[in-house]
Design a protein around this ligand. Structure first.
Ligand SMILES: [Zn+2]
Length: 187
C-alpha cells in the first residue's frame, strides 16, 4: 500500500491511498455513502478508512511508581510515554497490551482493568482508537527493547514530560481512581 500526502477532495491533509489494496490498480475519488472516498473502479469498491486500534498500559509497582519507556522512534523520539503500540491481527486488545509491555519493557504482567477507550487524533493515521489498561507487573526485569531506548519507574507526582496527552490522561485516570486496584497496586 503506497501512502502519499497529496491532497484529494475532503481527504486533504492526511495520507491518501493511491493504489487498490485488493487489485493494485490506481484509485480515484468518488462520492459514496455521504462522503468523498477513495474508490477502485476495477473492483467497483470504495476503500473505507477506519481508525487504527492501539493499546497502552499503566503499570504501577508495589510502591505506586509508574513504568515509562523512552521512545526510540518517531513521533516524539526521546520522550517518555506508556508502553504500548498497535494491535496486530489475531490479537485481543489485552494480549496486545501485554505483548507490547514485554517487547518494550521486558516485563510480564496481567490485565487488572480497562482504564478507558478513546479516539485520539494522529498525524499519520488520522484517528487512533486507543485503549488504556491497568496492568500489574508479574515477573521479568525492566529492560528497554523494541522501540524503547530506556525504561524507568517514576513517582506519580514527579513524572517527566509525557509524549502523548492521552497517555498522561490515562495516568491521571489511574491516579484519580478510588478502587481497590489503585489502593493496593502491588497485589
Ligand atoms: Zn481494486
Amino acid at each position: 500500500m503506497t501512502l502519499t500526502t497529496e491532497p484529494s477532495g475532503n481527504l486533504t491533509g492526511r495520507p491518501v491511498k493511491r493504489h487498490c489494496p485488493f487489485c493494485g490498480r490506481r484509485l480515484s475519488n468518488r462520492f459514496w455513502e455521504g462522503a468523498l472516498r477513495r474508490f477502485c473502479r476495477h473492483c467497483n469498491l470504495p476503500i473505507y478508512e477506519n481508525p487504527i486500534p492501539a493499546v497502552c498500559a499503566v503499570v504501577p509497582d508495589d510502591r505506586g511508581r509508574l513504568l515509562l519507556v523512552r521512545r526510540g522512534v518517531e513521533p516524539k523520539i526521546g520522550a517518555w510515554c506508556l508502553p504500548g503500540g498497535f494491535m496486530e491481527l489475531g490479537e485481543t486488545p489485552e494480549t496486545a497490551a501485554l505483548r507490547e509491555l514485554q517487547e518494550e519493557a521486558g516485563l510480564n504482567g496481567r490485565i487488572a482493568s480497562l482504564l478507558g477507550l478513546y479516539a485520539t487524533p494522529s498525524r499519520l493515521y488520522h484517528t487512533i482508537l486507543l485503549a488504556g489498561y491497568l496492568v500489574m507487573p508479574e515477573d521479568g526485569r525492566p529492560r528497554p527493547g523494541d522501540d524503547a531506548t530506556a525504561v524507568g519507574w517514576f513517582d506519580g507526582d514527579d513524572l517527566p514530560t509525557i509524549a502523548f496527552d492521552r497517555h498522561l490522561a490515562f495516568i491521571r485516570d489511574f491516579q484519580n481512581r478510588k478502587g481497590p486496584e489503585a489502593q493496593a497496586p502491588g497485589r
